[in-house]
Design a protein around this ligand. Structure first.
Ligand code: ATP
Ligand code: MG
Length: 606
């Protein structure tokens, strides 16, 4: 490719609205241009990167035996009604009516489409296991599109769906996908950390996210040597409750441990009836609204106070008592309640249940709107608590949980940096990350909904179970840049660079120009993925563009080349620069470039 015929749409100035490095660099280097909120044109330079990432994904998926399809982005709503997600997907899903007044969906994901399709194709257990995928456009009306293509409203995803006769077979494919994902990210020059992830209220048995460590990440990861998890999934353990790592594997700790009644502390005030205001000591707390203000006012730690948090769900109100130093993990709470919506209760909601915001306490409440009272396990760490009095400017001392409330306490708290590791190997460290891929055991939700059955060896119909596996292609491109850039621009891993080699010629005469042309053509013949920057621009401008665009190898043909046949080779990631005699037919130069290229690729192998 000749740069004089290629649109290099670099910008001189940093774009105004880009907050993160990858977004800024993608705009500056002319990989993408913004059209609207969360919408980006992909320009030729960007598309070359996208296509290379797609090729790596495709190669690794095919290697596992997965089969590529392409399904419409536009999906009849009927399929989503079948799965029930027409009602549960919320505003993130784009919905549109066609000219016949029929509702359709712009696919945010394709479980419905693939399950429906496979229900027409799969017949026998012999057809299983099968893994089907596509690399195609998705739409999501994200509430906060941001960071360029990291969170956009239209993006490309590789999404795969596997079908199995039993759990062992699903696990085998799941493990294969794990391996393929490691390969894909490694080959793309992306360092990722796989972490355990929430598998939703469906209680799926396995889910892992591939995270790119990054300060701008929206996900919080909690890690120890033996434990890697998304914060949303991490159980909280309390030394005070005799929690140990034993038996609290990340999978069951969250729900099972809670019902054990909270260990030693639970014995004390076990049989007493629920306290009412008359049993408690009222304290004046003028103008105190938050737990921090209360702790300051009482000169104590927030951990000595019991905080009340009230939510409204689609099923009514829920009141949670949680230790003052802890926050609610809304994912755990949603899973526990099996609800979809979680919004802070309004002042009117507090009035309905006989309470007041800022001074709410888990006693004497009026049951309204299905009010459910829950306690986080942190409420088991003391016998009595200071908590809200359900009266403005008042709190109470001496509140305690009944035996029943203790037994019902569940883990609803957000784990944080410094909490005990569920693997029993010390304390958890916090790190931020960007999710680039997700693998998930789905179970039979979709096969059941679509009546997908196959005949087993005894000719009896069975309902297969599924796994699903996603990778964001544009997000992968952006995170590669997040991880690989310097103050001059992008530093592409060679595997996904728009061009592997940039040839810059500084010619004065037509004769020199035709010599440069010959070098360029020999590079093409040698199979190098080369851009010849033959533009009629000052060398400095072209060098800056080459650095901004981050080609892994730059070859300069300048004065020394045309005098003595000596080219200059620069390697973007090491900054190394070397002189290379081209040889009569450029064979020495080509040989050297071949070696450098192999080394750069080899560095991306595991
Ligand atoms: P997130 O929590 O970031 O919204 P998700 O859990 O909704 O991600 P999945 O439904 O698992 O994502 O989608 C699979 C992959 O698609 C993600 O790992 C991510 O790489 C990519 N992806 C998801 N949403 C977007 C988006 N709005 N823009 C770009 N890529 C996305
Ligand atoms: Mg999402």
């Amino acid at each position: 490719m000749k740069a004089s015929q290629f649109l290099i749409a670099t910008l001189r100035e940093d774009p105004q609205d880009a907050q993160v490095a990858s977004h800024r660099l993608m705009l500056r280097s002319g990989l993408v241009r913004k059209v609207g909120a969360g919408l980006y044109h992909i320009l030729p330079m960007g598309l070359r990167v996208i296509r290379k990432i797609e090729a790596i994904v495709r190669e690794e998926m095919n290697r596992t035996g997965a089969m590529e399809f392409q399904l419409p982005v536009l999906i009849p709503a009927e399929l989503w009604e079948k799965s029930g997600r027409w009602n549960t997907m919320g505003k993130e899903m784009f919905r549109l009516k066609d000219r016949h007044d029929v509702w359709n969906v712009l696919g945010p994901t394709h479980e419905e489409s693939f399950t429906d399709l496979m229900s027409q194709i799969l017949r026998s257990y012999r057809d299983l296991p099968v893994n089907v995928y596509q690399i195609h456009t998705k739409f999501r009306d994200e509430i906060r599109p941001r960071f360029g293509v990291i969170r956009s409203r239209e993006f490309i995803m590789k999404d795969a769906y596997s079908f199995h006769a039993d759990a062992a077979s699903l696990d085998e494919t799941y493990q294969k996908m794990r391996g393929a994902y490691r390969q894909i990210f490694q080959r793309s020059g992306l360092e990722t950390v796989p972490v355990e992830a929430d598998s939703g209220s469906m209680g799926g048995s396995g889910s892992e996210e591939f995270m790119v460590p990054s300060e701008i990440g929206e996900e919080v990861l909690l890690l120890s040597d033996e434990y890697r998890s998304n914060q949303e999934k991490t159980p909280v353990l309390y030394a005070e409750l005799g929690d140990t790592a034993e038996g609290s594997s990340p999978k069951n700790a969250a729900s099972d441990k809670g019902s054990s009644g909270g260990g030693k502390k639970a014995a004390n005030s076990g049989t007493a009836a629920a306290p009412t205001l008359a049993d408690l000591q009222i304290i004046d707390t003028p103008k105190i609204r938050t737990i921090e203000e209360l702790a300051q006012f009482l000169k104590c730690q927030t951990a000595e106070l019991l905080k009340s948090v009230v939510y409204r769900t689609e099923n009514g109100l829920v009141f949670i008592g949680i230790r003052g130093d802890r926050d609610i993990n809304e994912v755990k709470l949603k899973n526990h309640l099996g609800c979809l919506e979680l919004n802070p209760a309004s002042d009117a909601d507090f009035t309905k249940i006989g309470s007041v915001p800022g001074s709410a306490g888990p006693f004497d409440l009026k049951v309204a709107d299905n009010l459910q009272i829950l306690f986080d396990r942190s409420a088991l760490t003391a016998d009595t608590w200071i908590t809200g009095a359900n009266r403005k400017d008042k709190h109470v001392k001496g509140f305690y949980l009944t035996a029943e409330q203790k037994a019902g306490a569940v883990d609803l708290a957000l784990a944080v940096n410094g909490d005990p590791s569920p693997a029993g190997d010390g304390l958890l460290r916090e790190m931020r990350g960007i999710e680039v891929g997700h693998i998930f055991k789905l179970g039979d939700k979709y096969t059941k909904a679509f009546g997908l059955t196959v005949l087993d060896p005894d000719q009896k119909p069975i309902v297969p179970i599924m796994g699903c596996y996603g990778i964001g292609i544009n997000r992968t491109m952006a995170t590669v840049i997040e991880q690989n850039h310097d103050d001059k621009g992008i530093v592409w891993p060679i595997s996904v660079a728009p061009f592997e080699v940039c040839l810059v010629s500084i010619t004065k005469t037509e004769e020199e120009k035709s010599q440069a042309q010959a070098v360029y053509e020999s590079m093409l013949s040698a199979g190098l993925d080369v851009l010849w920057d033959d533009r009629d621009l000052r060398p400095g401008v072209r060098f800056n563009d080459a650095e901004l665009l981050g080609y892994p190898i730059r070859v300069t043909l300048g004065k020394f080349y045309f005098q003595d046949g000596e080219a200059e080779i620069q390697i973007r990631n090491s900054g190394e620069s070397l002189k290379q005699k081209a040889g009569k037919d450029t064979s020495d130069l080509l040989k050297k470039l071949g070696e450098i290229k192999s080394e750069l690729f080899a560095a991306l192998q595991g």
